[in-house]
Ligand binder design. Structure first.
Ligand code: GLN
Length: 472
């Protein structure tokens, strides 16, 4: 913050923006009183001349799968709808330590399973650019909160695209960092070997500022890497040449909207060649990645969600535990929504003794091949470009009853989660239907510095182009 406004003023501004746009249904909870108290304390501290935190006064929303001590965290599920977090997620603790102001928890698909925010216990979130359309999912509330100016930045989670896809649908920036970059401690698990906390913002430097604060080692998460966070600066644009690949099969895929394909191709062809050398490469595993993703993530989910049994956490249908199996059955049948149940059943099926080798083992082999292939690509290239989603934001209800169509639309995002690499969606384009869409960029593991600088440059290239075309 520049000092031209106070934290209390900023808090009031965003609280009234939220009030004016309650119909978007982006928030599950708003921490009004506490926000104003913390804002006043920060103002007092700043005016005393004390040094201020890296995120001093940054108004931040958090997805309803991230624990904030003393606040409800429900994964947008009936089974947890009265559950209160008993500790802070590491990412939340780090935000608080650097003086961010947490304004509320954000709506999402139940247990982060979905692509449209239509699977939430709290109802749909509306896309602020066209309220008849979905905002994407599963972090739909986190995307709309930034899109509609209800907070400055927000956290989501990305297991198969849940930050990048809603960022694409809402016209903002969404980053899924490298697996292990940010601690998952305090993030409600969906599929633990895929899950990462991700960041939404209006621009790349804001994403970088949050990433720098919340990433790093954590004694509470053995998968959090000890690699220390980068220092991100965007003052001096790199003068080198980026070697960039894109997958021929991805841009020619029959599911991809023709206008999106054409726009991305012409963007690539018009990049200044002294800075960006772009080449099409062949990638023959594209059609295997969605099946592999759904086999592996449902398997992990079926195990992760077994803890929600009505005994230890949240909602239960009744207190009669005389027949424990019946008790579990009643509670879990009533507590979980349709999509979550579908995935638990699918996961149990692919792990069951007769089918384990045919599904789970095969999917793991695909994952291994993908990782090997990806490592080879990054021997020759600095980055990979892909569309983020095959279409722009679709109408509410359009795909709700067709889970397979919904799953297949994850074709471009799940790749980064299967391989653990960092990926971002940047809002470069607008479709003739009026909706925005993004470009997805990926780099090798733990190279967020390169990913963010490249993204920043591409956003500037495109801004200049836009400028030229509108102001000849
Ligand atoms: N759409 C994907 C799914 O439903 C992504 C979910 C996510 O990243 N949390 O699994």
């Amino acid at each position: 913050m520049s000092g031209s406004t106070t934290c209390v003023e900023a808090a009031h501004y965003y609280l009234s923006a939220i009030r004016a746009k309650l119909r978007l249904n982006a928030f599950v909870d708003i921490y009004e009183e506490e926000l104003l108290e913390r804002a006043a304390a920060l103002d007092k501290k700043r005016s005393s001349g004390a040094p201020i935190g890296k995120l001093h006064g940054v108004i931040t929303g958090i997805k309803d799968v991230i624990c904030y001590k003393g606040h409800k965290v429900t994964a947008a599920s009936r089974i947890l709808h009265k559950f209160t977090a008993t500790y802070n997620a590491t990412a939340v603790q780090k935000l608080l330590d650097e003086e961010a102001l947490i304004i509320g928890s954000l709506n999402c698909d139940e247990f982060a399973m979905g692509s449209s925010n239509e699977n939430s216990f709290y109802g749909n979130v509306l896309n602020a650019l066209d309220e008849g359309r979905v905002p994407g999912g599963s972090s739909g509330g986190s995307a709309v909160a930034v899109q509609a100016g209800l907070c400055m930045v927000s956290l989501g989670s990305d297991t198969g695209g849940s930050v990048r896809q809603p960022a694409d649908f809402c016209g903002i920036v969404g980053l899924k960092p490298t697996y292990g970059r940010i601690s998952r401690y305090g993030l409600i698990a969906y599929a633990s070997s895929f899950d990462q906390i991700g960041i939404f913002a209006n621009n790349v430097p804001d994403v970088a500022a949050v990433l720098q604060v919340i990433s790093g080692n954590d004694d509470f998460d053995s998968t959090a890497s000890a690699i220390s966070p980068d220092e991100y600066t965007f003052d001096t644009p790199s003068t080198g040449t980026y070697k960039i690949a894109y997958f021929k099969e991805a841009l020619e895929h029959p599911s991809l909207d023709q206008e999106i394909a054409g726009t991305i191709k012409s963007f690539i062809n018009n990049l200044p060649t002294q800075h960006f050398k772009v080449r099409a490469i062949s990638f023959d595993l594209l059609d295997y990645i969605v099946p592999a993703y759904y086999v592996l993530t449902t398997a992990e989910a079926s195990s992760n969600l077994s803890r929600f049994d009505g005994v230890r956490y949240g909602y239960r249908t009744n207190d009669d535990m005389a027949d424990l199996t019946e008790f579990y059955k009643d509670t879990r049948s009533a507590g979980f929504g349709k999509e979550v149940k579908r995935r638990i059943m699918l996961g149990n099926f692919v792990l069951s003794s007769g089918y384990f080798d045919a599904y789970f083992t095969q999917a793991q082999k695909v994952r291994k091949q993908l990782s090997d292939k990806t490592a080879l690509i990054f021997n020759d290239f600095d980055a990979i470009l892909l569309p983020t989603v095959p279409s722009t934001a679709f109408k509410i209800g359009e795909k709700k009853d067709d889970p397979i169509a919904m799953y297949l639309a994850d074709i471009y995002t799940v790749f980064a989660n299967l391989t653990g690499i960092p990926a971002i969606s940047i809002p470069l384009f607008r479709h003739s239907n009026g909706m925005p869409f993004g470009l997805q960029i990926m780099t090798y593991r733990f190279s967020e510095l390169s990913l963010l600088s490249l993204s920043h440059q591409l956003m500037n290239v495109s801004r200049q182009d836009l400028h030229q075309s509108t102001n000849p």
